[in-house]
Design a protein around this ligand. Structure first.
Ligand code: SF4
Ligand code: SF4
Ligand code: SF4
Length: 314
């Protein structure tokens, strides 16, 4: 089977995560012919364009530029099965937080306003490099997950996907190779992460909100009971609770559980229950607690702002 692997608006972590398979990679490497993987081998776009047909594409990263939009459409035309790999591809991911700002504001910040920039200039659509005229890709108005541009067959969430999720994807690839057609789905649990979290949950109300660096969290007790916001209750399981096991709260990189309408609104609803009646925080402490959330959008939509049902948050 011919496999295309490509990256769009991505940090590169998803490509590297494929190596997390460790020695198991040797079991599968001979089963597939990788016909395009520019991050690992010297492929150029013309190699993809000249490709007659491939079977499967594994694409990581979101769509931020016109070039990436064209690229993923080109890939879709060449393959039978397209897998959105990683949170950026599935939900917009970290680059998706850019949807809080206008494209012009982002370019100004990046090229002119950063503290280390002097006499910065925003690159023009047509620019010259060593006397050669280049037409730059357009920076789109918003970041899009892959399924806003092309049809996606399978979603492999995670920032990056965990080794066990990648193993599940390999099993899927082997089934596809045998001619089976497993139903289209998200390769993660339909239950929340709390179901696979090993921590003790007593539903004790915390006295305040603590940021993770402010206390040494008890490794046995639910983070929420210690006042540390953990979003495991609204997040799909499947990662093996890997942040929790490293004593860090979940930030939701596997996306929302299927029965949640919207990740951020579900998360903020639970947090906002603080301070009323017999709920979460004593009322006197609510303002102090809210002040501890330094970046609300960054917290509740860290990986999925482009999928928000609230629409444009600019
Ligand atoms: S999902 Fe995470 S690891 Fe993968 S490209 Fe996006 S930011 Fe990087
Ligand atoms: S909220 Fe977080 S720490 Fe608490 S049970 Fe769920 S995943 Fe575990
Ligand atoms: S614990 Fe949460 S943030 Fe960490 S890998 Fe799992 S789903 Fe992602």
């Amino acid at each position: 089977m011919k496999v295309v692997i490509d990256w769009l608006a991505s940090c590169g972590g998803c490509d590297v995560s494929i190596l997390d398979l460790g020695v198991k990679i040797l079991d599968v490497i001979g089963e597939f012919e990788i016909v395009y993987w520019p991050v690992a081998l010297d492929f150029k776009k013309k190699d993809l364009e000249s490709l007659d047909k491939a079977d499967i594409a594994i694409v990581n990263g979101a769509v931020r530029t016109s070039e990436q939009e064209e690229q993923v459409k080109l890939i879709r035309d060449k393959v039978d099965v397209l897998i959105a790999y990683g949170s950026c591809a599935c939900f917009g991911g970290i680059p998706g937080l850019g949807n809080q700002f206008d494209a012009d504001e982002i370019l100004k910040r990046a090229y002119v306003e950063t503290p280390s920039t002097t006499e910065g200039k925003i690159p023009q659509p047509v620019t010259k490099l060593n006397d050669t005229e280049l037409t730059l890709p357009k920076f789109l108005d918003k970041v899009k997950p892959l399924d806003e541009v092309v049809e996606v067959d399978y979603y492999v969430p995670g920032c990056p996907p965990s080794a066990s999720t990648i193993e599940e994807m390999v099993e899927l690839l082997l089934k596809l190779k045998k001619g089976e057609k497993p139903e289209k789905r998200v390769l993660a649990s339909d239950k929340s992460l709390c179901y696979e979290c090993p921590r003790f949950k007593s539903l004790v109300r915390p006295p305040t909100i603590n940021r993770p660096h402010e206390i040494v969290a008890d490794q046995e007790r639910c983070f929420l009971e210690q006042g540390i916001i953990c979003l495991g209750f609204v997040t799909r399981g499947g990662c093996g609770a890997r942040c929790i096991k490293a004593n860090m709260p979940c930030r939701g990189c596997y996306g929302k559980v299927p029965n949640a309408v919207d990740f951020g609104t579900e998360a903020i609803t639970a947090i906002a229950m603080a301070g009323t009646g017999e709920d979460y925080l004593p009322p006197m402490r609510i303002t102090e607690a809210i002040d501890k959330i330094k970046d609300v959008v960054g917290l509740i939509y860290q990986f999925c702002l482009p999928k928000s049902k609230l629409g444009d948050l600019k």
